[in-house]
Each structure stands twice: as C-alpha cells, then as structure tokens.
Ligand binder design. Structure first.
Ligand code: GDP
Ligand code: GDP
Length: 499
C-alpha cells in the first residue's frame, strides 16, 4: 500500500494575503535591558528600531511597531517601553506603565521577556505581578533571552529554566535574540495562537463575502472610505507628539521634558467618525541632538519612508516662532512641504501653540500668521493652490476636530475619481472658455481621462503637431481645481500624442 506516502503536506495558512493593519499583534514586554529591542529587531529584520545598551537613556522608551516574519507567520510586533518597579509618580516610568496597559488590551499575544544570563530578577517578579493585574485575559509566553551560552549544557539550561518558571507562567522558551538561537521554539509557541487568530479572521471574511450578492462584490471600492494614513511632521519641539496625543485622546505617545525622549517611526491608529486613521509619527525629522547623534540619520531616513507611506502630511509649525521670526517657515519645513507635494501627497499646514499668542493682539496675530504662511506656501509650492492652514493649541486640546475634518477633506479630494464622460464634457466647456492668442498654438485635445487617483492623475490625448505647453497644463490644472473643488492637493496631467 502506497497511500500514506501520497498524503499531501498540510497547507500552511498564507499570512501574506492579509493587509498589515489586520495582522495579529504581539507585544514584547519585560524589565529594561533584557533585550526587547534586540528581539524586535530580529523579528522585523530591518533597521527600524535602535538598540542602545545604556539603561538610562530613553532611546527605546517608546512603543515601536514593525511587521515580523517568523517562518510562515506574520504579525505586527510592538516593542514596549520597560516596566519598572520603582515607578514614581510623574516619572517617565510611571506613565509608561499606564500607557502599556492601554496597548495591551489591543494585543493578541504577549512575549514576557527575561534574561537567562542574569537569572530571575526581582523586577521580573514585578512585571509578572503587573501582568496578572492588568492583562488577565492574555496568557503570556515566557521567553528567556541571552541564553546562547546555556544551549551548550542541558543542565545549565534546565536549571535556568527551572528558576524562571517560578514566575508562574510555565516553562520559558530559551532564545538568544542576538545570535538567533532558539527562534524555532519561539515560532512553535506563537504558531497556535496566531493561526487560531487567522482562522477566525478568515472565517469572518468568508462569512462577509458570502453575505454579499454578486453585484456588491464586483462593485468598485470607494477608495475615499479606505483607512487614511496621516504623517505628522515638523521640526523638533513644534508640538507633534502633543498633537498626536490630542488626536488619539489617550496616552499613546509620551510627551515630556525628559531629554532625548525619542519617537522614531511609530504607527498607531484610531477611529474618527467611523473612519480609520493610521498615524505615522515622524518626530525624528532633522532631530540632531547629541544623544541621538547615531540615531539621527536613521530617523531622517525613517521619516522619508513614513512620508512615502502616508497619504496626507500634516506639517506642524510653531505660531510663536512665526510671530517672532521674519520667515514663517524654516529650511527644514520648506523641504518637507516641497517633498510632500513632489511625492504626490496631500498637505495640511497646522499652526500650533496659538495659546501663546493670547494676551498679545490676537486677531492681528491670526491674520498676520495666515498671510505669512499662505504667502510662503504659495512661493515654495506654486503648483498647488489652496493648501489648508489650521490654527490649534495641541496643549489645550483645541482644534482637534478642525484638524481631522481638514485632513479627511483633503484625503477625499486626493481620492477623487472623475468619469471620462464627465471630464470630456468639462473639457469642451473649458477649451471654449479659453482663447489662445495664436490660434495655431491651440492644442487639439481629443480626449481627456483620469488614469489614477491618490493623487488624481490625468492624461490628455493630443492630436496634431502642437503639444501642451506648460501654460496649457497650468490652465487645465487650475480649471480642474476650480471646477471640481480639488484645491490643496497635487494634480498631475500628462500628455500623449495621437494621430
Ligand atoms: P531592552 O531594554 O529590553 O530593549 O534591551 P536591549 O534590546 O536594548 O538590550 C540590552 C542589552 O542586552 C544590549 O547590550 C544588547 O546588546 C544585549 N542583548 C540583547 N539580546 C541579547 C542576547 O541574546 N544575548 C546577549 N548576550 N546579549 C543580548
Ligand atoms: P515635538 O518635538 O514636535 O514632538 O514636540 P512636543 O509635542 O514634545 O512639544 C514640545 C514642547 O512644546 C512641550 O514642552 C509641549 O508641552 C509644548 N507644546 C506643545 N504644544 C503646545 C501648545 O499648543 N501650546 C504650548 N504653549 N505649548 C505646546
């Protein structure tokens, strides 16, 4: 009988088919210095997180997120800030704990990381206690890092594991984040949890598909209803993190006077009026503090990447600086604004710290700032008119709704799709509206169509010898903006010659 050898291997769940935002989430927790960042880096296999070995710097004291790959498993991994026992009120550690509890409620699995070389530490006990109290719904996977030397001897491994199991979370999985030893064990313990999540997720999906008729499933997706990716950019200290907290209305990013509190690419999400908004925090822009010397170039790189990942860029400026300086934008801000538009992103300018102008002549300050900012934007990005400018005080939580409405409005414009029939009716009117000095120079546009959205991109099919001049393109762009309310977003028009 040959039947047993013909059994096909079991089919693996394909995690790559799931969009990143819907992948299961795994958080790494543990006392400082056990190697959370090292494990995070190994799992994401990219240089998105930084590892520093000075326990007092705050470079890794934020939640960072990446997409992890382990065998066929894919998940979102969060590198948490350290949980420390001597949390004193108002200190960064104290705030970290409440913040972590918040994130925990949205995680599907938890890696409780310890240090096999140092052995069981009183702070591990504290973390364990904290987890029992704050996340009773999650069964942590106990992981013993820095175990590379323990792998050489079964006895040492067994005795270290035995000691760690006193935490009461079962036997630990021994790994070495630095060398990669033991990662298969980690894979085996995560596999059932993540596959279970995926199976439930796929079941939900197919249930939803089955409930749709043919007509609905073949209908075009309304892109403007898809999740929006927003990047908050600007120079250090303009209030990006404060704004981020205001937008989230919960403590997701730490803000405070501690030097070097860094926030390299953090992505987090929230709902506003039934819409999902992903926030890509790029506070690292051009931050060149001494502490971060090594990190600064990476932060800039990451900011550029986030800029490309984002749909809408919120450029934050400081009102007080604008009033006191001659120019409304500094070089870095000009670079950001230009680049955002060149990359085809929507731009919203946010003037923060308006509360600081209270007591001064407020109305003239508003007008003065608005005029200065609009004038400058027009000078640096003449190709896009009508970029929105919003005034807020992130510290006082003022302006949240206005910011979000403006961001969503810009996003919806950015997603606009116009039908070819409508565009060609429009084209006829527009061409008759404009008179060319030299009739021979009038281009013959046979056909005008939108080839893509996000940002709206059009192609003009031109017959004859005359091509569209830059003036013609500017004229068409302006007319599209005025007639279809597309101000404030980049619009692209290309031309193709046809016989
Ligand atoms: P975190 O504070 O928990 O994020 O810890 P880090 O990832 O910053 O690591 C703290 C220190 O432990 C760094 O010096 C790392 O190089 C070191 N480390 C991390 N993983 C390992 C490991 O598997 N083996 C050894 N020997 N050292 C490690
Ligand atoms: P980031 O470096 O751009 O992320 O800036 P932070 O959000 O860390 O803020 C830098 C400093 O500006 C902090 O001391 C904040 O409290 C302060 N700040 C932020 N927003 C406002 C605001 O609307 N008004 C005032 N007065 N201060 C603010």
């Amino acid at each position: 009988c040959t039947s047993s050898s013909k059994n096909p291997p079991p089919k693996l769940l394909d995690f790559t088919k799931i969009e990143i935002s819907r992948l299961p989430t795994v958080i790494i927790l543990g006392r400082p210095n056990v190697g959370k960042s090292a494990l995070f880096n190994r799992l994401i296999r990219r240089r998105e997180a930084l590892v520093y070995n000075t326990p007092n710097d705050h470079v890794t004291r934020d939640i960072r997120e990446g997409v992890a790959k382990l065998g066929h498993l894919r998940f979102r991994v969060l590198d948490s800030a350290g949980l420390e026992a001597e949390a004193t009120s108002g200190s960064i550690l104290h705030r970290t704990a409440s913040f972590t509890a918040n994130v925990l409620s949205n995680s599907h699995s938890l890696l409780f990381l310890t240090d096999g070389r140092a052995g069981l530490h009183p702070l591990d006990q504290e973390v364990g206690k904290w987890l029992r109290r704050n996340a009773p719904q999650i069964k942590p996977i106990l992981v013993m890092n820095k175990s590379e030397s323990l792998f050489d001897s079964d006895d040492s491994l067994a005795s270290a594991a035995n000691e760690m199991s006193r935490l009461g979370f079962g036997d630990p999985i021994a790994i070495s984040a630095e060398t990669g030893l033991g990662m298969h064990g980690l894979f085996l313990s995560l596999k059932p949890v993540l596959e279970d999540y995926m199976l439930r997720f796929l079941n939900d999906e197919s249930a939803q598909e089955n409930s749709c008729g043919d007509e609905t499933s073949s209908a075009e997706v309304d892109e403007s209803k898809l999740p929006l990716q927003l990047a908050i950019v600007g120079r250090p200290n303009v209030g990006k993190s404060t704004l981020l907290n205001t937008l989230l209305q919960e403590e997701r990013v730490l803000v405070g006077p501690e030097a070097g509190l860094t926030r390299d690419a953090i992505r987090t999400q929230f709902e506003f009026q039934g819409r999902t908004i992903y926030l890509v925090d790029t506070a690292g822009w051009l931050q060149r503090t001494k502490l971060e010397k090594g990190a600064s170039s990476l932060s800039i790189m990451q900011s550029r990447k986030s800029l490309l990942r984002a749909h809408i860029i919120a450029l934050v400026l400081d009102a007080d600086e604008i009033v006191n300086a001659k120019r409304s934008m500094k070089h870095a801000e000009v670079v950001i604004a230009r680049r955002a538009v060149e990359e085809g992103r929507g731009l919203v300018v946010i003037v923060n710290k308006m509360d600081l102008l209270r007591g001064k002549n407020k109305s003239s300050s508003y007008e003065q700032i608005l005029e200065a900012v609009q004038h400058e934007i027009q000078t640096i990005i003449p190709q896009v008119t009508g970029i929105p400018v919003v005034f807020i005080s992130a510290l006082e939580g003022r302006g949240r709704t206005t910011v979000l409405h403006q961001v969503i409005d810009t996003y919806e414009k950015w997603c606009t799709r116009l039908s070819t029939a409508r565009l060609n009716r429009w084209l006829k009117k527009v061409m008759s509206r404009h008179s060319w000095k030299d009739q021979a120079a009038q281009p013959k546009i046979k056909y005008f169509t939108q080839v893509k959205a996000r940002p709206p991109t059009f192609v003009a099919f031109v017959s004859g010898k005359t091509k569209l001049s830059d003036t013609d393109i500017r004229f068409l762009t302006k007319s599209l903006k005025d007639d279809f309310d597309l101000g404030g977003i980049p619009i692209r028009i290309m031309q193709r010659a046809i016989a």
